[in-house]
Design a protein around this ligand. Structure first.
Ligand code: ADP
Ligand code: MG
Length: 725
């Protein structure tokens, strides 16, 4: 090694350092040399006994110390009355004592220098306020003492590495060894997950049931698996997010290295939320989770079954380099289902190259179909499978291959599976291979015995399509540029700082800003607003003359959220006379509804048929979410909106617009003139940067923004901003 190597220390970013530290701190948890089982019991039906039994039965490589005050021997091992009586160093303690005793046991563990804890016991934050307090005490205590803790209220941890062979769970199952790191927030489901992996030969590297996540969280585990050489794919079953913003920072870094697949159950943790503005009404927690996963490159699946399908693919196959799929089958029906499902998910089933087609013709019967899907028909022999797989797999027009097999009378699944396994070895290693065995007998094990190792087998064509589409989307995410968020100039920043201080001084409770305050804020961040004047009743006509026509008159009232709902907006006013009439109309309507009238807003009328909407909804847990839509009043009706976490980059803003069905309006729909897309992108980015700069802003609603023709900008004609100090 040259002397230079020492001086070139890689410049780790703060975040990377954090990831390394988290990963390092979890090592005693997954690769302990010695384990104390606290709460090991003589009663073989107890959880403690099951834990001890599993450590023994699945061949844990390190030392095992049962701890139980009332016995000297358990399951053939010497047992100890308490941890400090062990007299040897203990890396990990698995605790399964009644919850009121846990705190003392944790103290004992700290005194005995135990490095990590798995608290199986329940009866903490999940049951009562009192339990929550105890959990908090324990968490504070272990953090002060530099220990890590999984749980409480969990199933335990598991490591299939043959040097460790750790089953520190009370589930009587040891999954096949493999490369998937699996997190389950639910313990009960964890047992089902382990069972499924065993039944379907899905290989696990490490498994964790995180329970209440009092200390070790999804974020820590992402870090651990990012650095764990035995893990290639990360699978998460989540029910809630502790720190979504931290997840948002860590996940994309990890996802660039290894795919993260997550199923998040849609339980709403946000509780009731004041949904007074458009943005807040449109946003909900699930939308936030979707945005979070999508932006961080996490593959979200709707069901656990889908999650298994995706990890079965990603853990065994390379990522597809493109969207083109070759299909080989011995029956037409399922291939059509597959082709439809693939295309519905944005993948393509292209026609094969002419040379491939010619070669296929030379040995397949004339009734076969040669283009793609290649239907070899029911008579296909193992040799037909082999030759066809070789030819289609090598064809440059495809990036991935799906092989469908339905057992007809004439062939044996066993031989076909073997033919597939062998011929898979002849296909470029860059192309993923998927199989669909439509057979109640399941998949012959020989399928996994070829040179490409395990080949994923799906129960139905649609499952294969869904998994492949997810893999392809992930590949695109991984390779696409990120873009840059907008950074305000120094002048803008100092102006914002000033106005922020003023606002925070003036407002002590959550309030909507006045129209003037809103205008000042928008002016600072260079978002163009319509020329308007706030005026008392007496001066409306006079001010109107100053502004010039055509004008719009709007009511100002502390009781009104949506002005047009109460007839508080009158458009197209051309003269003093019309203004006078509009004032009377609005006043009458307000009186009839017993709404207070604080004054009027006069605005220039902006002519543009394209109306956009940009807003912010700021969730206390999730942080700010940017919303964008097109199409004026119909926005809420059609729910054609897109969401993004902040900060939104230039590319991110473009993607938000591209996701809208109504984006065609900007392109000039049905002969109508197009709109200034750039101007809308710029507003999205400015709003995103504003709320990052002033986090006390809890809601923004720019609705509508009148979009002018390309190059002419966009003008906000109605805006609301709420601040929650
Ligand atoms: P609301 O409180 O009901 O949202 P708005 O101020 O958004 O009230 O006005 C309702 C509608 O009137 C807008 O969606 C827009 O179509 C139209 N409008 C409002 N102000 C203007 C303006 N200055 N120029 C042109 N149209 C306007
Ligand atoms: Mg409006």
């Amino acid at each position: 090694m040259s002397a230079y190597n020492n001086s070139i220390i890689p410049a780790f970013s703060e975040l990377e350092k954090e990831i390394c530290l988290s990963a390092e701190s979890l090592k005693p948890l997954f690769s302990p040399q010695s384990i104390a089982v606290i709460g090991a019991s003589r009663d073989l039906h107890s959880i403690g006994a099951a834990l001890l039994g599993n450590l023994l039965r699945f061949g844990f490589r390190g030392k095992i110390y049962p701890v139980n005050p009332s016995s000297t021997e358990l399951q053939g091992l010497r047992s100890f009355p308490q941890v400090d009586a062990i007299g040897q160093s203990v890396d990990l303690a698995v605790i399964a004592v009644p919850s009121p005793l846990v705190e003392q046991v944790v103290r004992d563990c700290a005194a005995a220098n135990v490095k990590a804890l798995v608290i199986i016991s329940s009866g903490f934050a999940e049951t009562s306020e009192e339990g929550k307090k105890r959990q908090l005490h324990i968490t504070e205590f272990i953090r002060k003492n530099g220990m890590r803790m999984v749980g409480p209220n969990c199933l335990g941890v598991l490591n299939t590495d043959s040097h460790v062979s750790l089953n520190a769970t009370f589930a009587p199952i040891f999954p096949p060894r493999g490369n998937i790191g699996f997190l389950s927030q639910s313990g009960a489901l964890g047992i089902a997950i382990l069972d499924y992996t065993k039944a379907h030969n899905i290989g696990i590297s490490t498994f964790v049931s995180v329970g209440n996540k009092a200390d070790v969280s999804s974020n820590d585990l992402l870090a651990y698996w990012a650095k764990d050489e035995h893990t290639k794919v990360i699978a998460l079953y989540l029910e809630s997010f502790g720190k979504p913003r931290k997840f948002a920072r860590i996940a994309p870094i990890v996802a660039r290295q290894k795919p993260i697949v997550a199923v998040k159950s849609g339980r709403s943790a946000a509780g009731s939320r004041a949904a007074s503005s458009h943005s807040a009404a449109l946003a909900n927690l699930d939308v936030a989770v979707d945005a979070l996963f999508e932006q961080t490159g996490v593959i979200r699946t709707n069901t656990l079954e889908e999650l298994f399908d995706v990890v079965a693919l990603l853990s065994t196959q390379p990522l597809p380099q493109g969207p083109r799929v070759g299909i080989i089958t011995n029956a037409g029906g399922p291939a059509i289902l597959l082709a439809d499902a693939l295309e519905a998910k944005g993948l393509v089933v292209p026609e094969l190259g002419s040379k491939t087609i010619e070669a296929l013709r030379s040995f397949l019967p004339s009734q076969a179909s040669f283009k793609n899907p290649v239907d070899m028909i029911a008579s296909a022999s193992p040799q037909d499978f082999q030759k066809t797989i070789h030819l289609v797999g090598a064809d440059e027009t495809i990036d991935a291959l799906v092989i469908i097999y339905i057992p007809p009378l004439v062939t044996e699944s066993e031989q076909i599976a073997e033919a597939i396994a062998i011929s898979a070895g002849m296909i470029p290693v860059t192309k993923p291979i998927l199989t669909v065995f439509l057979s109640s007998k399941g998949v012959p094990p020989v399928l996994n015995g070829g040179p490409r190792g395990n080949l994923p087998a799906f129960s139905f064509p649609e499952n294969a399509a869904q998994a492949l589409a997810a893999a392809e989307r992930y590949t695109r995410w991984k390779t696409k540029p990120r873009g840059q968020p907008l950074v305000f100039s120094d002048t803008v920043q100092s102006d914002l700082q000033k106005i922020r201080e003023e606002l925070l001084q003036a407002k002590t409770s959550p309030t909507w800003l006045t129209p003037n305050e809103v205008s000042s804020l928008l002016r600072i961040i260079e978002i163009q607003t319509v020329t308007s004047i706030e005026t008392p009743l007496a001066q409306v006509e006079h001010k109107a003359e100053q502004l010039g026509y055509p004008l719009v008159l709007k009511v100002i009232s502390p009781d009104v959220v949506h002005k047009s709902d109460v007839g508080g907006v009158v458009l197209g006013l051309q003269s003093k006379k019309e203004i006078r009439r509009a004032v009377t109309e609005i006043t009458t309507r307000m009186t009839a509804r017993k709404l207070r009238l604080a004054g009027f807003l006069l605005q220039q009328e902006i002519h543009s048929h394209i109306e956009a909407f940009v807003g912010i909804s700021n969730d206390p847990v999730f942080g700010p979410l940017v919303v964008c839509g097109l199409g004026g009043v119909q926005v809420e009706l059609l729910r054609d909106v897109s969401f993004s976490l902040t900060p939104v980059t230039d590319i991110g803003a473009g993607e938000m617009i591209d996701k809208l069905c109504s984006k065609k309006l900007l392109e000039g729909f049905r002969g109508a003139p197009p709109g200034d897309r750039e101007a809308l992108c710029s507003i999205i980015m400015r709003v995103s940067s504003l709320v990052e700069f002033i986090p006390e802003i809890s809601e923004i609603d720019l609705n509508p923004i009148k979009i002018l023709p390309p190059g002419q900008g966009a003008i906000v004609v109605d805006s609301r901003i709420r601040i929650s100090p």
